[in-house]
Design a protein around this ligand. Sequence first.
Ligand code: PLP
Length: 385
Amino acid sequence: MNSSELKNWDKEYIVGTYARYDLVAESGKHAVCTDTDGREYIDFTSGIGVNSLGFTDEGWVNAVKAQLDRIQHTSNLYYTQPQIVLAEALVGRTGMKKAFFCNSGAEANEAAIKTARKYGGRADNTIITLNNSFHGRTMATITATGQEHYHQYFNPFLDGFRYCDANDTAGLEGLVDDSTCAIMMELVQGEGGVLNLEKDFVKAAERIAADNNLLLVIDEVQTGIGRTGKFFAYEHFDIKPDIVTFAKGIGGGLPVGGVLFSDRCCDVLKPGDHGTTFGGNPVCCAGAVEVVSRIDDDFLAEVVAKGEYIRKKVSEMNGAAGISGLGLMIGIKPSDKKAGDVVAEALEKGLMLLTAKDRVRLLPPLNISYEEIDRGLAILEDCLK
Ligand SMILES: *Cc1c(COP(=O)(O)O)cnc(C)c1O
């Protein structure tokens, strides 16, 4: 089957929730994707921040295959080892107390929202989130998402969410009352345009949460697991969250999401309060254990160095008006062109890129080589000008 036949086949049978780019991915190695016509593309997307170790990393593939040969699934009614190994590794890296595993970012945030509401214990619990945020696509998480664009259809939404502008400490303070149980935020707003929060605001949010007995929930679904040059982005901000949610990058390409709880709230959820059939699947967790074990301090130093290298090169390009983000999570505001046009043009020339609002967004594999970076940046430079 040629690629245009495949595209028509897709249109006939797949619900049209995506305006897909014109690429039929066949195989991949490291940061290079090959399509069905044998054309190569440099990947600056990692499948939206998921393939932390690039395509078909040997160590990751071996870890997944080894678990697949042992046992693939039991449900959470029974114990399996990879899930516990992964939880211990995450707790050891963070000083958080316990983990819950699920399959996606939205589910991780659902678990955080349910925990915060049970912790609040009132009939009218409220959670404060930020305008321009993104927390997922389920009913609770699109309600938590502070963007009108996501609130157009699907009525009624959930009660109990209030929205604050990012970096508006007085506004945040003004929204807190007796009903408030949590503050939930990303530290670099990903889908919202790769916008970095100010450290003073994040520190103030931590203080406001502590003063009012609120849980501070940090959504690290996009920023977590090494993406920003720290294991979690909250380490850049010198805070100690009560709840951290993660997903995208941890599974290395398999669906893993999860929540880390501090000692303050790690026993809020009791048997029967929450659960998932697939969550903590041993094959997915075996892949995640490999990903987490590879992201050590030397690896993170490389992420920082590569992020700085890309930023420097992009800042010297014609057509780049502004650069945002942290580590290998990079937003570029084109000076003249639309971000979507840059991304479309780049794909034609052999580079996979993302958009985030009016910015071009780069989320390359964390272990991308300098040679792959240079190949990608040469195309990006061509498309920005
Ligand atoms: C992608 C994303 C989510 C949703 O994750 P899914 O796995 O698509 O459900 C939630 N929060 C943030 C910050 C994200 O970037």
